[in-house]
Design a protein around this ligand. Structure first.
Ligand code: ADP
Ligand code: NA
Length: 350
């Protein structure tokens, strides 16, 4: 059996927002209590959409600061940035040769990000999920907490692990490198685990505050569309006040949110921040107008986010400390990753 190990990553592009926090980072913090965890700032991924960045180093430090300010313990767990551990890129190359072009072409994120001019997207953008699979599997991680938008990439990670395990099954057995694991009811043997995503809860997919059909995203040009982790209290209140809604009062049952994406999103945000269910929120606010609910939501968001923003500012003022965390985490990650790669090279015959 594989030892349980949690891995996840966040790109150092743009401002971290409430979707990143509720969909991912808050889960990272919860999981560290009972698991060994590796949390990575995936700087190599940020080159796929745009090669040249103003301040990649500063962005990397800022995501690291957000991890630490949210409560991730870099002594007990591993916090580092991807570019420090070249084994990610090495395994990604091998996975580029395991995965099929057809698998990549089906990825909805690629289609969204590449847009109409697909021939001009970088090859890296197409291969993105292969690097993501390498990030996870270079540690043979068993669990990956992510937002709902990453579900398809996690399925691809499982497909890559499975194809590698199948294609090299004889070599893996010959070298005694296989690990027994359960796939549903079936017992199988493989070198890579079939990683489980950890997705779900009321905040797995936070939508834009301006458009209930788009997810809240770092890359949305409208700053009013998202609440950034570093927004001050006035900005948070203003953005929630301006959030798109409908004229109806809140329903008393979650069924009543079904065709009201903007209302559902705000209720989901409240539920995520308060760590209760959407129904609990409606038990409290059902029948109320947004003029009552929005200020309550703004207060809650400020209460939860202001301490994180304050701690982030304190940490960002000490870049030498952040760099020391990344260096130490990178050194520990590299030892683990090199252990995996030694076996992978043997299996392949490199
Ligand atoms: P973004 O999608 O904003 O560019 P990343 O790709 O770096 O950010 O994603 C970091 C983590 O945050 C991933 O686990 C992703 O699934 C999660 N995430 C991103 N946007 C949202 C959202 N709107 N709601 C919930 N989780 C999200
Ligand atoms: Na994303």
């Amino acid at each position: 059996e594989f030892q349980p190990l949690v891995f996840s990553g966040v790109q150092p592009t743009g401002n971290l927002h409430l979707g990143n926090y509720l969909g991912a980072i808050r889960k990272f913090v919860a999981l560290q209590e009972t698991n060994n965890c590796i949390y990575c700032v995936v700087d190599l991924h940020s080159l796929t959409a745009q090669l040249v960045h103003d301040d990649l180093e500063g962005q990397t430090r800022s995501i690291t600061a957000a991890f630490l300010a949210s409560g991730i313990d870099p002594k007990k767990h591993i916090v580092f940035n991807q570019a420090r551990v070249l084994q990610h890129a090495e395994l990604a190359w091998i996975f580029n040769c395991v995965a099929r072009i057809g698998w990549m072409n089906r990825m909805t994120q690629f289609k969204d990000k590449a847009g109409k001019d697909r021939e001009n997207a970088s090859l890296g953008l197409l291969a993105y999920p292969s690097l993501m699979a390498a990030d996870i599997l270079v540690y043979r991680a068993t669990h990956v907490p992510v937002g709902d938008d990453q579900k398809q990439h996690l399925e691809l990670t499982r497909d890559i692990a499975q194809k590698f395990n199948n294609d090299f099954s004889d070599r893996i057995a010959e070298l005694g490198l296989g690990v027994e694991m359960m796939m549903g009811e079936e017992k199988v043997n493989g070198f890579f685990p079939i990683t489980e995503p950890i997705i779900g809860g009321p905040a797995a997919r936070i939508m834009s505050l301006r458009d209930g059909s788009k997810k809240m995203s770092k890359s949305d040009p409208s700053d009013l569309s998202r609440i950034n982790l570093t927004d001050d209290a006035d900005t948070i209140s203003k953005k929630i006040k301006k959030a798109k809604t409908d004229p109806e009062a809140l329903p008393s049952e979650t069924d009543g949110l079904a065709s009201r994406p903007e209302a559902e999103n705000l209720v989901g945000i409240y539920a995520g921040l308060a760590e209760i269910s959407k129904q609990d929120v409606l038990n409290e606010f059902g029948g109320q107008q947004f003029s009552v609910f929005k200020p309550a939501l703004a207060d809650l968001a400020v209460e939860k986010l202001a301490p994180i923003a304050g701690e982030m500012r304190r940490l960002i003022a000490d870049p030498a400390y952040i760099d020391s965390v990344l260096r130490d985490g990178g050194d520990r990650a590299r030892m683990l990753a090199e252990g995996t790669m030694k076996s992978v090279r043997q299996i392949i015959g490199l």
